[in-house]
Design a binder for this molecule. Structure first.
Ligand code: IPM
Ligand code: MG
Length: 361
């Protein structure tokens, strides 16, 4: 029986509540598919700062290095908002992305038919949405040099971040875009700001140069501001989107509301040695500790783990089916509550999905 070693990093806020539900689901898959999963927990983010003084302690990094995949919760929170830059919980996540060269961040946004009315957008707009945002994750403004703040004698200051991309960095994530689009509806939209930024001009050149290698994929280019508008006006026009780090950060949050709630959206950060799976919603300090967070994003992230790290696509589908069925049966966490549905907490939602999943083996 093969054994997959999974590093479990719940982090802060609701990360601590939803991650155990994803573990529960993977354990169920392990029993059903007769595959071994070995889970080891470690500290990251604010929790690691409090206990050990740094957001990504060496022991956590070592554990991740020795694992096949990382199941991540969320990091950050008001408690650490005033910490100096290098001691912010978010640094833990950014360091993991860089360390493992996780250059492609896959964020699917699909509107579940039964959640159409949970979206603040009109049914006529969101119905049928099924898109994938691929965000470049290890370059651009997040990591570019130089960066920092200088203080002047007159009391003024100047802060610098640098958006920089090499053609190699663009090419590898663009290829990921074409490959992913190929397995979907074969339409790729590359999003940039080529009317203003030289980085984007290079981005567009590189993407165009690769296009002939993927004649089965229809490529178009869109400016980031226009894309922000199109996402909420006609989201069904999109299939696969590929874009640089900062645009992807912003546009993927926007795409999240198409799915009804951020609590539904999983993500996978891949490309490097050890992939990382994480719900998109973050720590949600307003509801943390109440047991009401939606564990579905974390559970669907575990499904992505099965698809991209352990090559178990049929099991990934089982998890997705179990989630869909529980929603069809009318169970909802508070974030997607609607009239006539049964509102359940985090653990209960996890239990319901586990029970449904057991029936699929
Ligand atoms: C995300 C988050 C992170 C980011 C933060 C927590 C550093 O917003 O994964 O989208 O900006 O990349
Ligand atoms: Mg973000």
């Amino acid at each position: 029986m093969p054994t997959w070693r999974i590093a479990v990093l719940p982090g802060d806020g609701v990360g601590v509540e939803v991650t155990p539900e994803a573990v529960k689901v993977l354990k169920t898959v392990g029993r059903g598919a007769r595959v071994g999963f070995e889970f080891t927990e470690a500290l990251v983010g604010g929790a690691a700062i409090d206990a050990l003084g740094e957001p990504l302690p060496p022991a956590t990094l070592t554990l991740c290095e020795q694992s096949h995949a990382i199941l991540f919760g969320a990091v950050g929170g008001p408690r650490w908002d005033r910490a100096p830059h290098e001691k912010r919980p978010e640094r833990g996540l950014l360091a993991l992305r860089k360390e493992f060269d996780l250059y492609a961040n896959l964020r699917p946004a699909r509107c579940f038919p039964m959640l159409v009315d949970a979206s603040p957008l009109k049914r006529s707009v969101v119905e049928g949405t099924d898109l994938m945002v691929i965000r470049e994750l290890t370059g651009g403004l997040y990591f570019g040099e130089p960066r920092g703040v200088e203080h002047f004698a007159d009391g003024g200051s100047r802060a610098v971040n640098t958006m920089a991309y090499t053609s190699r960095e663009i090419e590898r994530v663009a290829r990921m875009g074409f490959e992913v689009a190929r397995k979907r509806r074969r339409r790729l939209t590359s999003v940039d700001k080529a009317n203003v930024l030289v980085c984007s001009q290079l981005w567009r050149e590189v993407v165009d140069r690769l296009a002939p290698e993927y004649p089965d994929v229809t490529l178009d280019h869109m400016l980031a501001d226009n894309c922000a508008m199109a996402l909420v006006m006609r989201p069904t026009q999109f299939d696969t989107i590929v874009t640089e780090n900062t645009f992807g950060d912003i546009l993927s949050d926007e795409a999240a509301i198409l799915a009804g709630s951020m609590g539904m959206l999983p993500s996978a950060s891949i490309g490097g040695r050890v992939a990382l799976y994480e719900p998109v919603h973050g720590t949600a300090p307003d509801i943390a500790g109440k047991g009401i967070a939606n564990p579905i994003a974390a559970i669907l992230s575990a499904a992505m783990l099965l698809r991209y790290s352990t090559d178990m696509p049929a099991d990934a589908e089982r998890v997705e089916t179990a989630v869909t069925r529980v929603l069809e049966h009318g169970y909802r966490t508070a974030d997607v509550r609607q009239e006539g549905t049964k509102v359940v907490g985090t653990v209960e939602m996890g239990d319901l999905i586990v029970r449904e999943l057991e029936g699929l083996y």
